[in-house]
Design a protein around this ligand. Sequence first.
Ligand code: CA
Length: 250
Amino acid sequence: MSEPLEGQVSTLNDPLFPAKQYAGRMTNVVLIEDDAELSEALARALTKQGYTTTVAVNGLNGVKTVVESTPDVVVLDLGLPDISGFDVLKMLRPVTTVPVIVASARDDDADIIRAFDLGADDYVTKPFSTAHLAARIRAVARRSQISTPEELRVGELYIERDSHTASLSGRELDLSPKLFQLLAHLAEREGQVVSKKELCTEVWDLPFVDTDKTVDVHVSWLRKALGETADSNGYIRTVRGVGLKLVDPR
Ligand code: CA
């Protein structure tokens, strides 16, 4: 199935799996790749297939782009000019569960195993066709959508997504739809720091504006609903300058 990437762009369009089927919006892909020719060819091909793409040309830029733009999928090269792709994975994994596909010319087992151990979701060996990569992207995007659990339990906190109810120690919580979404989003990422920007885009579907207090206000309401304050070391913890996380306080 395929022409190698060098210089060519596959325009293959797969009507069975349009890229934008997920949650009714475009799938955003961040490419962390220092080979400009390759990343341009990939970005062009993926755009034609309905993805939006952002290219980062080194590792640190890549981490920054992923944290700021909360993409649906990351494609990561291992040999980057500043830090290695392995380092990028190490920096990303504590802060995001975004699916990462490692795309590398290295094909020995040790590298592949290391990438998976550091949290990669898939590994493709260069050279590959854009059609091949697009299929991998669809697969990891699909998996990450499907694996959203219906029920979440963190300590005494229990969340049921289909009935939109949450309870704490058996007592049902009185939450508005947004507070419920906020709680479920944090609980899904138990123990991970979630940025305000991610909450804005994922829970409110709004662009992030630094001065906007929407998230802060809702977080304080959510704390109140849980019987907590900002200093009470409960389920919701503020991570100064970064965001917040939900933990099991027991
Ligand atoms: Ca490279």
